[in-house]
Design a protein around this ligand. Structure first.
Ligand SMILES: [Zn+2]
Length: 492
């Protein structure tokens, strides 16, 4: 029996604004889509938090025994500078400024994105499709929406008719906005827009003469609107209705609202059963964002090269810092908070390294079954890693009491204890043990210890013992060499 059959996972659904028991479309399988990065600059720590939150979701679903197809896209075209369909394409702008091909920009920052997520120990998604690789699919959706009368073409661009859609559907169902309010609050920017209404959004934009990224379409040369790629790629790989759609809080409106509208018109269904939104990372009291300059890069943390940091912090300590907060809470970034997290991380790893020192007995005075249950309950309650970590520190307490022999544990319970700790610390939270010495470090330590013992033997004129140490090491292929600076060794 798989764990998902015995446990009740609850997910906070942004659509219903409540926690719901998770029931996938196909039993035992999960389809999950997460909006990926727009690859026009280095990924900042705020974005990394979002991707780490969904890495936790991915890991835990797998731990429960689900077969998960996790799709996360790469936006390599179509994301304009502001979300009102105005301004330049972000990637094309960067390419123009740096005088390079747009695809060089895409390649450079896709590599950076992958390297950063690997350092922080995120698992790669099952499929990572690109917007430019799905132009044909996007054009097909536009044709369909036009044919159903929910979009209009003007000067080679196609716009989704939001007001018409809202006559029969609720545009704002996810974000809780009402179109009536936005009509009263929106001022036409400068009367230059060709849209019928400012609320309408682009499905296809005509490429101006200088625009480098362009594709042929029934409406002339152009490029797809940003919201469309996620509808095209999510439904292509996960079906018209799929289980989980995730992204940062700021994508709720308009991006995800537009995705719902597109799918409702094309497939006549709500595309997603559970909408999940990760909360933001705050720096200097404000949201971390590239556009405002208020951000920190992951590499600056790993090297310590940023004025707000007192020193470098490892990817593991950084990951632990993020995991200490529930994904739906705002997380405040500071040097002090990182230092505190690092202390907690070291305490946890030191305790795990001491597990081997525990002697098992006949009976257990600690209730491992109950403790394990509490770990699962924390994660089943909308992936609450914060409560999980509190329970893991309860486990640290057990380790210390067991070593001091103030508590006892049976062999079977010890095995379960060890397995559960490993599962949650390494598989679910995705932490690495930086404190664990690798085998070669241990071997070096061992040889150094024998060299010290040999020196003591020589100081005591115990030539028999000193020769024995040297000869037996030589049999193992370890050569000692005496010099002025002391004894060194080489391993063959
Ligand atoms: Zn998206």
């Amino acid at each position: 029996m798989e764990l998902y059959e015995t446990n009740q996972l609850k997910i906070y659904n942004s659509l219903s604004k409540s926690k719901e028991i998770f029931k996938p479309v196909v039993e035992g399988n999960v389809g999950m889509y997460v909006c990926g990065p727009t690859v026009y600059s280095n990924v900042h720590l705020g974005n990394v938090r979002t991707f780490m939150s969904f890495d936790l979701v991915f890991r835990y679903l797998k731990q429960l025994g689900y077969k998960v197809r996790y799709v996360r896209n790469i936006t390599d075209a179509g994301h304009l500078e502001n979300d009102a369909d105005e301004g330049e394409d972000r990637i094309a702008k960067k390419a123009r400024l740096e005088k390079i091909e747009p695809m060089e920009v895409v390649q450079r920052y896709t590599v950076d994105f992958h390297e950063t997520l690997q350092k922080i120990n995120n698992l790669p998604p099952s499929i990572e499709p690109t917007a430019t690789g799905h132009i044909v699919e996007q054009i097909e959706i536009i044709k369909d929406i036009l044919q159903k009368g929910m979009a209009y073409e003007i000067n080679g661009s196609v716009y989704f008719d939001v007001l018409k859609y809202n006559e029969t559907e609720h545009y704002g169902i996810l974000s809780g906005r009402n179109i009536e309010d936005s009509i009263h609050n929106t001022r036409e920017l400068d009367g230059q827009s060709e849209k019928k209404n400012p609320q309408d959004f682009a499905l296809w934009k005509r490429a101006e003469e200088k625009h480098i990224m362009r594709w042929p379409s029934p409406w002339g040369e152009g490029f797809p609107g940003w919201h469309l790629e996620c509808t095209a790629m999510s439904t292509k790989y996960l079906g018209e209705i799929f289980d989980i759609h995730g992204g940062g809080m700021d994508l709720k409106f308009p991006h995800h609202e537009c995705e719902i509208a597109q799918s409702k018109v094309k497939n006549k269904v709500n595309p997603v059963n559970y909408w999940m939104h990760a909360n933001m990372l705050i720096l200097n009291g404000q949201k971390m964002a590239k556009s405002t300059g208020n951000y920190i890069l992951p590499n600056e943390i790993f090297t310590g090269e940023n004025n707000i940091l007192s020193k470098a912090f490892s990817p593991s300590a950084t990951r632990f810092f993020m995991m200490q907060a529930h994904y739906r809470s705002v997380l405040d970034f500071s040097n002090d908070a990182l230092e505190a997290a690092e202390k907690g991380y070291i305490k946890l790893m030191e305790a795990l390294n001491k597990l081997d020192n525990i002697e098992v007995g006949k009976v257990s005075s600690v209730n491992i079954g109950d403790w394990k249950q509490r770990c699962y309950e924390a994660m089943n309650d909308d992936f609450n890693s914060s409560v999980l970590i509190a329970n893991l520190f309860e486990g640290v307490k057990y380790i210390n009491l067991l070593i001091e022999k103030k508590e006892t544990i049976s062999a079977a319970d010890f095995k379960e204890f060890q397995n559960t700790l490993n599962t949650f610390v390494f598989d679910v939270l995705g932490l690495k043990n930086d404190l664990e010495q690798n085998a070669s470090e241990k071997l070096n330590g061992l040889v150094e210890m024998l060299i010290k013992m040999r020196k003591e033997a020589r100081d005591n004129r115990d030539w028999a013992l000193s020769d024995k140490i040297r000869d037996e090491l030589a049999v193992l292929g370890i050569q000692l060499k005496d010099g002025k600076e002391g004894t060194t060794f080489s391993i063959n």
